[in-house]
Design a protein around this ligand. Structure first.
Ligand code: S3P
Length: 168
């Protein structure tokens, strides 16, 4: 069975959707940021601060090659920039979670842990910059996706159901 690879912008809900898919199916979930943090034994924020973004991107490419080679039938959630790895389509069915920037930003702000959610994301320190990054990436996410799911105004449960139905 093929992997499902969730891609999309920071804060769009890849982690929440992954956890819900796990609930609704017998799949096991992996998260590329979590893998990188355990490989490095330090947080993403620290990796960016101490080594820079390019070092982090190289780790993403390393994880992507491992996933392609070793992982099957798994739900894989990814960091917002992971979609750029050259072998993405070889890892599994790529599902893009799509929502307007305003909706994503509001979702983060409404979270009880909003401050922490923003603090841990080095590329979401400045709203205008984050919005620019969103605009730069919007087309590319769509290009690499096998399936596009509009997540606006849908419950996490319905999004998970829709994905499981579409990948079958
Ligand atoms: C990034 C998104 C983050 C994390 C890193 C870089 C990005 O993951 O991988 O901070 O380039 O968009 P989330 O999408 O889970 O925030």
């Amino acid at each position: 069975m093929k992997n499902i690879v969730l891609i999309g912008f920071m804060g769009v809900g890849k982690g929440s959707v992954a956890r819900e898919i796990v609930k609704q199916s017998d799949m096991i979930a992996l998260d590329t940021d979590d893998i990188i943090e355990s490989m490095e034994n330090r947080r993403i924020k620290k990796i960016f601060a101490e080594e820079g973004e390019e070092y982090f991107r190289a780790l993403e490419r390393k994880v992507a090659l491992w996933l392609q080679k070793e992982v099957k039938g798994t739900l894989i959630s990814t960091g917002g920039g992971f979609f750029k790895v050259p072998n993405l389509s070889k890892i599994g069915t790529v599902v893009f979670l799509s929502a307007p920037f305003e909706v994503i930003y509001r979702r983060i702000l409404e979270h009880p842990d909003a401050e922490k959610k923003l603090r841990k994301r080095p590329l979401f320190q400045d709203v205008e910059r984050a919005q620019k990054l969103y605009e730069e990436r919007a087309v590319s996410y769509k290009k690499v996706a096998d399936i596009i799911i509009d997540v606006q105004d849908k419950t996490i449960s319905d999004i998970a159901k829709e994905i499981l139905k579409k990948v079958k």
